[in-house]
Design a protein around this ligand. Structure first.
Ligand SMILES: *Cc1c(COP(=O)(O)O)cnc(C)c1O
Length: 355
């Protein structure tokens, strides 16, 4: 489905030489600080706290908001990490179904799922299409419940002229090798004020800037090697988005109405994935078989719907019925989309899907 965007090797080597000269490999070193300020600049924010990966970023976000137990309202249509990070923080995920068009959590269903035990709402901007951030902010304010956005897909996306990472109490993202912008493994939290300082302390053993222990932290520091890879990759992000968009357009031109698409606002989307929805699971499986025999390997992403995973069912409560997410999970396929893919190959894949 995807291949990592590889940074210019000469540029990466240059940065590594600087790391060697400094002799600093980790511990919030100069490359990490450079990366955070370059991401801030790129996104027009002042809130980047880089960490080891996107899963730990969500766990740190829950900790920073002092959520140690209780229920967290979330979506079943996501990567398993959204849910497992809630469970690792000893909280209970409560699944709320999604909207059929945007694939995002349905704000109208969130309020009904709120109980006296609800501690947070953790929605996902699925495939980079922003959630209804205005409606969710209203729910958060009315009920005094904080919002953490899993924005792992949404690097570079803006809503109303502002980075999507600036919505919610904390947003988290992933810089995993397969994401639009990568540091190999990596991720970040985005927050301001005291929350930002708390996140910085939590990623660094609970130390404050004077290395006094002020909190129970963990080790979620990004190394200088990963930060350097990020610095080498960041300048290519606009080009990467442009290429993914061209791939998207080519698929759409070839496939037309033989599949359904996610509904999104083109001004708030980064085209990092190419999800298509088939009429039935049977049809999806037929197409998948044709593609696999032509050496094309798309991915059933996301499948299954997380509320249907046995190990998660055992430890969840609340509404486990999410018919929209369950139905979509069976019929959705993420087609290949990555920098090295040619538009000719995209058209060829399209023709295999629609013979
Ligand atoms: C990739 C991803 C994560 C996890 O990020 P890692 O950096 O791999 O830990 C979480 N949520 C979503 C929606 C993702 O796609």
């Amino acid at each position: 489905m995807t291949k990592s965007t590889l940074a210019d090797l000469d540029r990466y080597t240059e940065l590594l030489c600087e790391v060697w000269e400094s002799g600093i490999l980790t511990h919030n070193g100069p490359k990490l600080r450079d990366l955070e300020s370059e991401i801030d600049q790129f996104l027009g924010v002042d809130s980047t706290v880089a960490v080891t990966n996107g899963t730990v970023a969500m766990q740190l976000a829950l900790r920073a908001l002092e959520i140690y137990e209780g229920e967290v309202i979330t979506t079943p249509f996501s990567w398993v990490a959204t849910c497992s990070s809630i469970l690792w923080e000893r909280c209970t995920p409560v699944f709320v179904d999604i909207e059929p068009g945007s694939f995002n959590i349905d704000p109208n269903l969130i309020e009904r799922a709120i109980t006296p035990k609800t501690r947070a709402i953790l929605p996902v901007h699925v495939f980079s299409a922003p959630c209804d951030v205005v409606a969710i902010e209203g729910i958060s304010k009315r009920n005094g419940i904080p919002v953490i956005y899993d924005a792992a897909h949404a690097f570079g996306v803006e809503v109303k002229g502002q980075s999507v990472f600036s919505y919610g109490d904390i947003s988290t993202t992933s810089f995993h090798a397969t994401k639009l912008f990568n540091t190999g493994e990596g991720g970040a939290c985005f927050a301001s004020g005291d929350l930002k300082e708390k996140l910085k302390s939590l990623r660094f053993f609970g130390h404050d800037t004077d290395k006094k222990i002020v909190d129970v932290g963990c080790n979620a520091k990004m190394t200088e090697l990963h930060a350097s890879l990020g610095l080498a990759n960041l300048p290519s992000v606009p080009e990467v988005i442009q290429k993914r968009r061209a791939i998207f357009d080519t698929y759409r031109d070839t496939l037309g109405n033989c599949v359904e698409y996610q509904q999104f606002d083109p001004d708030s989307y980064n085209y990092s994935y190419m999800p298509v929805v088939f009429e039935s699971e049977r049809l999806l499986l037929e197409v998948l078989e044709r593609l696999n025999s032509a050496n094309v390997f798309p991915r059933r992403y996301f499948n299954p719907s997380l509320n249907e995973v046995e190990s998660i069912r055992e430890v969840s409560n609340g509404s486990l019925d999410c018919p929209v997410s369950e139905g979509l999970s069976r019929r959705i396929l993420a087609l290949p989309s990555y920098n090295a893919l040619t538009l000719e190959d995209v058209a060829t894949i399209g023709k295999i899907i629609k013979p």
